[in-house]
Design a protein around this ligand. Structure first.
Ligand SMILES: Cc1cc2nc3c(=O)[nH]c(=O)nc-3n(C[C@H](O)[C@H](O)[C@H](O)COP(=O)(O)OP(=O)(O)OC[C@H]3O[C@@H](n4cnc5c(N)ncnc54)[C@H](O)[C@@H]3O)c2cc1C
Length: 309
């Protein structure tokens, strides 16, 4: 990246620009090499300016949410990593014919939106009790659990793209799949609008308590991780398959297949991204050779994996 681009970014974003920022500070795995440039932006306008500067300088931009579903390579990320700041985290409520519409900034915590909806006795997001991360990351992953997913309640999104600036997309133009969203090319999501219905106070609480109980009984709490590593294959559970091929507790460097839930890899002792990736490769290979099922990663492998990892 050129010195001129560095200067331009510094001039525009001041102290919010950091160089060689370790991404291990920004991921739930506590793993990840440096981002060439790290910038926090606080409005759609700033984001657009950044996209245009980056485009002009022919430098890629990667957006990170709360970093709970990514494995960042040990070599880090070439280009700019952008984090959406508080200015893009507002949560606004507005009555709608179905009940209530909530427009949440992409930087808002998913957990906060879920809890505020429950406090208003609104139904539709109970499935997400306990899912960490941001609204933007949740949308991109079509985050879900226990039979519900984000796409069930999304009404529209807004985002910014270098060429066109701010765009709005109604639900009819959005394509979702299992832990998948077909993100329009170059778009960074800035706002998501959900449609929620009035619900029964005790029933909402009961569904959330059930989700919490199921999560706490199965997931490794306390050790850094990134949630489910692999998607569940059709009609199966990735965790059951990994357990069945005998890999629970297997270690590679500082990473280990969780004893509590085989579809989680935990950072037990200063794991590197390469350790996690080696475990993932081993899992895919064993499950294929013993069960003839091809596991596909749910987590996003981010950054420069070309040489070494
Ligand atoms: C303990 C634990 C439990 C979990 N349980 C669940 C679960 O039950 N169900 C589930 O679905 N997930 C689960 N996850 C995974 C994760 O929490 C979700 O996928 C979450 O929605 C990711 O949000 P994030 O902000 O952390 O995204 P990040 O990890 O920061 O990013 C994920 C992807 O989204 C992209 N992205 C982020 N923000 C934007 C944006 N504004 N515009 C465009 N792209 C964007 C990133 O570029 C990246 O590709 C769990 C994770 C952990 C650690």
């Amino acid at each position: 990246m050129s010195a001129t681009l560095h200067d331009e970014l510094r001039k525009r974003f001041g102290e919010r620009v950091r160089f060689d920022e370790p991404l291990s500070r920004h991921t739930s795995f506590r793993i990840g090499g440096p981002a060439d440039v790290w910038i926090e932006v606080d409005s759609a306008q700033e984001l657009h300016e950044l996209q245009r500067i980056a485009r002009h300088g022919e430098v890629p931009v990667f957006v990170i949410g709360i970093g709970t579903n990514v494995l960042v390579s040990d070599r880090g990320v070439r280009g700019i990593v952008v984090k959406l700041g508080r200015g893009l985290g507002a949560i606004e409520w507005e009555p709608s014919p179905q009940g209530m519409r909530v427009a949440a900034g992409a930087a808002a915590s998913f957990k906060k939106v879920v809890l505020e909806a429950a406090a208003r006795d609104l139904s539709g997001l109970e499935f997400a009790e306990g899912i960490p991360g941001s609204i933007g990351g949740g949308l991109l992953m079509n985050a879900g659990a226990f039979g519900g997913e984000m796409s069930d309640v999304v009404e529209s999104i807004e985002g910014v793209e270098a060429e066109r600036g701010v765009s709005r997309y109604p639900r009819s133009e959005l394509r979702f799949g299992y832990r998948y969203f077909d993100l329009p090319q170059g778009l960074i999501i800035t706002r998501v609008t959900f449609g929620l219905r009035p619900g029964v106070h005790d029933e909402i609480r009961a569904r959330m308590a059930d989700a919490k109980r199921r999560r706490e009984s199965k997931q490794p709490l306390g050790l850094p991780n990134a949630g489910s590593i692999f998607k569940n294959p059709p009609g199966e559970y990735a965790g059951r398959l990994i357990d069945a091929v005998g890999l629970k507790g297997t270690r590679c460097g500082g990473a280990m297949v969780s004893e509590a839930h085989a579809n989680f890899i935990v950072n037990v002792d200063g794991a590197r991204a390469a350790d996690v990736k080696s475990l993932m490769d081993r899992i895919v290979s064993e499950v294929w050779s013993q069960k003839r099922v091809r596991l596909v990663p749910e987590i996003r492998l981010v950054g420069d994996w070309e040489i070494g990892a």
